[in-house]
Design a protein around this ligand. Structure first.
Ligand code: ZN
Length: 388
């Protein structure tokens, strides 16, 4: 049976004691990570053979009772997952080096560094629970060595529970539960839909359908800009300043939620319209030079759209970022090179067709997608790498 994995992130209502446990479990995960990273970095400095993460984990488990008794007070999943995360981080690091040796770079232009220490201050306080270590019952989740914790809503999916991660953000605690579900049957029509992921609008498709950024998202973003301006004028560290910082963190959270909601609606709708969705691979590394664009791209959350389409749509086709989708006239195929990015509507200098920039781009993306599917070059890149 074909299955998919979905995650439901639920806010928790912990008691102060439970919150204390969460902080401690997250601290224990961080402790195990830092303990192993210290050994790895030392070995690297001494230019000796790096120990295997599996051996580090065995050693940690051997000595924890005597040397780190505090890790015994929370779930053993917390330090265990730290080793799994470390294994993963190292694999990414080696993978990046191998790719670079072959002259292949990441699309975002970033390098994957050697694993570093995690500080207490970092926003990412979290710990992991494997599926045999917790139970969900209605709006309650049972966590080892802690008991039942109240969730603000019950788990949305009825399927096989795979794992969970408890995390903190903006002073709230959340649990993200991974569930395996049978893949839904798809009835989308057999065709290619081109999608131009937008700067102003969230997206425009080749049918001419426009997906606006939600109004309350725009309002929240406006509020964010105002708050940031206010903060910039205040002296760092004051009481009002800290208060505003907390407000800022909650606003970021609210924006993330609104955006996730808008993107879920968009991707569900698109996946129902066509079996093949063609998208332009945004060259984010190249675009970040333009700050306005960079913010808009972040808002549109292109990578999240792609991630969701990968499990919602049958096929996702990526169009080369150098393909001139906005400058090619979809009516006659000629390329209007001197077109500025700001021009929403333009007239083709070759055939005189009046074109809406975004719809025209979406149609070109669709046609290029059709060509690629026809050429049987249908690929769903998963590695995040692009050849140079
Ligand atoms: Zn034309």
């Amino acid at each position: 049976m074909h299955t998919i994995q979905r995650a439901h992130k639920i806010r928790l209502n912990p008691t102060p004691e439970q919150e204390q446990y969460f902080r401690q479990a997250a601290g224990n995960a961080r402790f195990a990570w830092n303990w192993a990273v210290a050994i790895l970095r030392q070995a690297r400095k001494d230019q000796t053979t790096l120990p295997l993460v599996g051996d580090l984990k065995k050693e940690f488990n051997r000595i924890k009772r005597d040397q780190f008794p505090f890790v015994m007070q929370t779930t053993k999943c917390a330090p265990e997952q730290a080793f799994a995360d470390l294994q993963h981080a190292l694999a990414n690091y080696w993978h990046d080096i191998t790719k670079r040796k072959r002259g292949i770079r990441r699309k975002d232009g970033k390098r994957v560094g050697f694993p570093t220490f995690k500080s207490r201050k970092q926003g990412d306080r979290s710990f992991y629970l494997s599926n045999d270590k917790f139970t969900v019952d209605g709006p309650w989740i049972r966590i080892p060595k802690l008991g039942w914790v109240n969730m603000t809503e019950p788990l949305r999916f009825a399927g096989t529970i795979m794992s969970a991660r408890v995390s903190e953000r903006a002073g709230y605690w959340f649990v993200s539960i991974q569930v395996q579900l049978p893949a839904p049957e798809r009835h989308a029509p057999e065709r290619v839909l081109g999608v131009d992921v937008g700067v102003k609008a969230l997206a425009v498709d080749s049918d001419g359908e426009l997906f606006e950024n939600q109004k309350h998202l725009a309002a929240a973003l406006k509020q964010l800009r105002r708050l940031n301006r206010w903060l910039a004028r205040r002296r760092k560290g004051g009481k009002n300043w800290s208060k505003a910082q907390r407000k800022l963190a909650r606003l970021h959270l609210r924006i993330a939620n609104l955006r996730a909601d808008a993107i879920h609606k968009l991707t569900t709708h698109l996946a129902a319209k066509a079996t093949v969705i063609a998208l332009e691979t945004l060259n984010v590394a190249g675009m970040l030079k333009n700050r306005t664009l960079a913010r808009a791209i972040a808002d549109a959350a292109f990578s999240e759209i792609v991630r969701q389409l990968r499990y919602k749509a049958q096929h996702v086709v990526h169009i080369d970022p150098f393909y001139p989708s906005s400058k090619t006239c979809n009516a006659c195929g000629s390329i209007n090179r001197d077109l500025a990015l700001a021009e929403r509507a333009w007239v083709c200098s070759a055939c005189g067709a009046r074109l809406d920039r975004d719809i025209n781009a979406a149609r070109n993306i669709r046609d290029e997608g059709m060509r690629l599917v026809g050429a049987e070059r249908l690929t769903v890149p998963g590695s995040g790498y692009v050849g140079t």
